[in-house]
Design a protein around this ligand. Structure first.
Ligand code: B3K
Ligand code: ZN
Length: 890
């Protein structure tokens, strides 16, 4: 257990360091029990600093020696810092020796062992768990690293940059020496020593430079590396094409490790990845996995510029690299998807993620600005707000300056800041300065409120048609609810992309009063006051407004559209995002009416007909149809309510699913038959969409069959499960059986486990599928408890812990929120258990209770009690303490 330091770190307290570390030579004698680290630093006093005391961070280290310019000096260790005073006036060499214990490092931060190899994770503050250092991102040094280890056990020795030397040593050991020419902060340091094999490929970049790309995995996994390699090659090409940014190293490596706290890490030239985001072949990975690999490989690669070449001055600026890099990986995947429809599908996916994770965060106790003001444990702030809302902030800048203008801004950003550690302000300034005439430049200071104010703004819209004047006036107003520590909010700059749809379904030409002629059928209005009016002229008939097209700002839109308006948009909107949105709102209106009313939902003909028209539509893509026909999730529904009864939401949503299953039975059969795969597996958007629609159809068909007790479709699903040629279809069929509580679910699950027991990532799917099955009479929760003692289950492996525990607590509200509070007791026990092993993971799990105040009784009181029980525990990590303290605050 980490010692709790409990110091709140504040953005306003930032001060440059008292010393700079210009270069580091690290030598590792790698041993799982006790690794010896020799750390020689060239240190320089910062002439502007007010103190001459040098304080180096260190955690769980055993310090052996401290030499300044080769001489021993006096030192002290206090509050996990090595403190040195009376140092030479300008520059000096500081040499330290310490040990650490990789095999005891269950936190997976710093240097740790996994499956018999050594791996590191240093962001945000893991480097201090390897050696004493100025472990902060504004201290950038050039690293030279020598690794020494047993040759047979650890044949592969990797670190950042270029391999400069390698060879044998005595006693069966060998060594490798690496040099990274780019100065970097300590969080980008990495090493790997393990028994691995690699897929490699040479590529020639547009510049003509040759690069070696390598993907390292365990011996049996080489057949699962092709997709990651393709994604990497595509990433290199895309960044050159779209932003003129090329790879700056001769060699670029990706290493997969099965024990990893998050998705992946962008260490300079040596990206370390969770196996989940590397390993894929058609037999073991789904379409969703393939898409995830493409984005994460892209994301980490794009960090090489946005994060590594230009990094963060301090951790409050995290979104400088994360928001921007998420934006870049989202654009990358959209560009690769190609067609407008496939781009829209990706956009819809991204917005769903934002609404599912970030909106609740913004409405709960952990709400914080994209650039937070304070933290206790920085690892708690790798959040949906910093990442996904941060990406939306960057996207809004692009919307305000245009795609070319944004690319110019990026170029200026790198011209100004390459090699520096900077702030979110520096980024916004560069984009604005490159586009002096833009709305962004005019309103830059106000726009930056997106960085400083938390909470999801609400935009109210009202349209008034004047038939006599043939004008249409759109009244837009905004307000943002208070969030912890921020009661008053100033207006944001909100780009509202819109079009007007005529009653004959045609897009109307847009002309604002004061303009000479109509220009186009879509434009971006900028809402920057608390309330504003926009008057369009020459409008012959009352239109239906299509607002916030493509989700042009991360806001909640409150408009007055009727069912008839939404049906018009669903059928005719030129913007595919808003078409989907209209379908979701039609569903949501019905769900909410029943939840707030008598709990009974009776599907109406208009909705069913509209859904039928979508399924049968000759021109819409299967992927898009699947998204329209997927009902809003239970957590998203909960976010629309003042008071939440998770069981009621579940019951109403299940009843709607069942009615859709019956009412559209013929359509599901038709969709199932006509969208079958032809030919071999390919994870392209068209095939992916077809498979998704087939799986959704099968789920509905099994559901309908379960109620009528007709075995035909479950039988077909079982057959499909057995004979599937790829994991997407197999898991789709299995999940249809599990989702319908079919009698065939148990034998299918058993068979699935037997087939894939040696594939860890597939076993994760097996656990997750059971943990997220629709709850019925408490059996899902009971099953999860049983699975906790399954021989394959372990809390120590983050992927496995997430597949069962996190899946239940976050993704299965009806199984988790029980009237007998057993779900909350389970949660509290797991949080405490995990905190002793891995505080970062425990703190993530702790956040399952973020929205407890919104719950109805008896859930609310039981939830508070469970959180209080965790908070009362004496030895909590800072990570968990921060979450539960905030949750309990008024
Ligand atoms: N930068 C890392 C995240 C590190 C998380 C540390 N708790 C991965 C990424 O965003 O690319
Ligand atoms: Zn990132």
């Amino acid at each position: 257990m980490r010692e709790g330091t409990a110091t709140v770190i504040r953005r306003e307290d930032y001060a440059a360091p008292a010393y700079w570390i210009r270069s580091v030579e690290l030598t590792f004698d790698l041993d799982p029990v006790k690794t010896l680290v020799t750390n020689r630093m060239q240190v320089e006093r910062n002439p502007h600093a007010t103190t001459q005391t040098l304080r180096l961070d260190g955690e769980d280290l055993n310090l052996l020696r401290v030499l300044v310019n080769g001489e021993s000096v006096s030192f002290r260790v206090e509050n996990q810092q090595l403190v040195l005073e009376n140092l030479p006036a300008e520059s000096f060499t500081l040499e330290l020796r310490n040990t650490c214990s990789p095999e005891k490092n269950t936190q997976l931060s710093g240097l740790y062992t996994s499956s018999g190899g050594f791996f590191t994770q240093c962001e945000a503050q893991g480097f201090r768990r390897i050696t004493y250092f100025l472990d902060r991102p504004d201290v950038m040094a050039v690293y030279t690293v020598t690794l020494k280890a047993d040759r047979a056990k650890y044949p592969v020795l990797l670190s950042n940059g270029n391999l400069v030397e390698q060879g044998p040593l005595d006693n069966g050991k060998h060594y490798a020496k690496w040099h990274d020419p780019f100065p970097k902060p300590s969080y980008l340091f990495a090493l790997v020593a393990a028994k691995l094999v690699c897929r490699e490929q040479k590529i020639r970049a547009a510049s003509g430079r040759e690069h070696l790309l390598q993907v390292y995995v365990r011996a049996g996994d080489l057949d699962k590396t092709e997709h990651a390699m393709h994604s990497l090659i595509a990433s290199v090409a895309w960044d050159e094409r779209r932003f003129g940014l090329s790879l700056d190293l001769d060699r670029f490596m990706i290493v997969a490790v099965s024990d990893f706290n998050m998705g992946a890490m962008e260490n300079k030239g040596l990206n370390i990845f969770n196996t989940k985001y590397v390993l894929a072949n058609p037999a073991t990975a789904t379409d969703v996995d393939h898409a995830g690999i493409e984005s994460v490989v892209g994301h980490e690669y794009f960090h090489n510029w946005t994060g590594n070449r230009v990094t963060c001055r301090d951790w409050f600026q995290l979104s400088l690299k994360e928001g921007l890099t998420v934006f870049r990986d989202q654009e990358f995947s959209q560009d690769l998807a190609g067609t407008p429809s496939a781009r829209a599908v990706k956009r819809i996916d991204d917005v769903r993620t934002l609404r599912q994770h970030q909106f609740p965060e913004d409405a709960g106790p952990m709400a914080h600005p994209v650039r937070p003001d304070s933290y206790l444990a920085i690892d708690n702030f790798y959040t949906a707000t910093v990442y996904d809302k941060g990406a939306e902030v960057v996207r809004m800048m692009q919307t305000l300056v245009g795609r070319d203008g944004f690319a110019r801004g990026m170029t200026l950003y790198f011209e100004r800041h390459d090699g520096q550690a900077v702030t979110c302000d520096d980024f916004a300034q560069a984009i604005a300065d490159a586009n002096p005439g833009s709305a962004l430049a005019h309103k830059l200071e106000q726009f930056k409120r997106w960085y400083s104010q938390a909470g999801t703004p609400r935009v109210a819209a009202r349209g008034l048609y004047n038939a006599e004047m043939r004008t249409y006036t759109l009244e837009l107003s905004q307000h943002c609810p208070p969030t912890p520590g921020q009661s008053e909010k100033q207006p944001f700059v909100i780009p509202v992309a819109l079009g007007l749809v005529g009653r004959n379904a045609q897009p109307l030409p847009l002309q604002l009063v004061g303009e000479n002629a109509p220009a186009g059928t879509e434009r971006v209005l900028v809402l920057s006051e608390a309330a504003q009016r926009f008057e369009f002229t020459g409008i012959e008939v009352e239109p239906v407004p299509s607002l916030l097209r493509g989700f042009s700002a991360p806001v909640i839109l409150e408009d007055t559209l009727s069912d008839a308006d939404l049906l018009t948009l669903l059928a005719h909107d030129a913007d595919p995002f808003n078409r989907w949105e209209a379908g979701q709102r039609l569903a949501l209106n019905r769900l909410l009416a029943a939840i707030k009313g008598d709990g009974v939902l009776q599907l109406d003909g208009a909705y069913v007909d509209a859904m039928r028209a979508v399924i049968r539509h000759p021109a819409l893509d299967a992927a898009f149809k699947e998204l329209v026909l997927t009902l809003p999730g239970e957590s998203y529904i909960a976010e629309q309510l003042e008071e939440v009864d998770p069981q009621r939401i579940h019951a109403v949503r299940e009843s709607m699913r069942l009615q859709l299953a019956h009412a559209l039975h013929a359509e599901w059969e038709w969709a199932y038959e006509v969208h079958q795969d032809q030919g071999g597996y390919s994870p392209d958007p068209v095939s992916t969409g077809r498979r998704a629609l087939v799986s959704l159809s099968l789920a509905y068909l099994c559901l309908a069959a379960a109620e009528k007790q007709v075995p035909l479709w479950p039988g077909k699903a079982y057959q499909r499960f057995k004979d599937a040629g790829n994991m997407t279809d197999r898991l789709g069929a299995l999940s249809a059986l599990v989702g319908a509580h079919s009698e065939l679910a148990a034998p299918a699950l058993e068979r699935f486990h037997a087939m894939f027991r040696d594939e860890a990532l597939v076993v994760d799917k097996w656990f997750a599928l059971q943990a997220t099955a629709p709850e019925k009479g408490g059996r899902v929760f009971a099953r999860v408890k049983t699975l906790m003692s399954h021989p394959d289950f372990s809390l120590r492996n983050p992927n496995r812990a997430r597949s069962l525990v996190t899946a239940l607590c976050f993704s299965n509200p009806a199984a988790f929120h029980r009237t007998d509070a057993a779900g909350y007791v389970f949660w509290a026990e797991r949080v405490l258990e995990l905190d002793a092993i891995n505080p970062q993971l425990a703190a993530r799990l702790a956040r399952a209770m973020d929205r407890w105040k919104q719950l109805a009784e008896p859930y609310r009181s039981a939830a508070r009690e469970a959180i209080a029980r965790v908070a009362a525990k004496g030895e909590l990590s800072d990570d968990v303490r921060e979450i539960v303290t905030r949750a309990l605050a008024d």
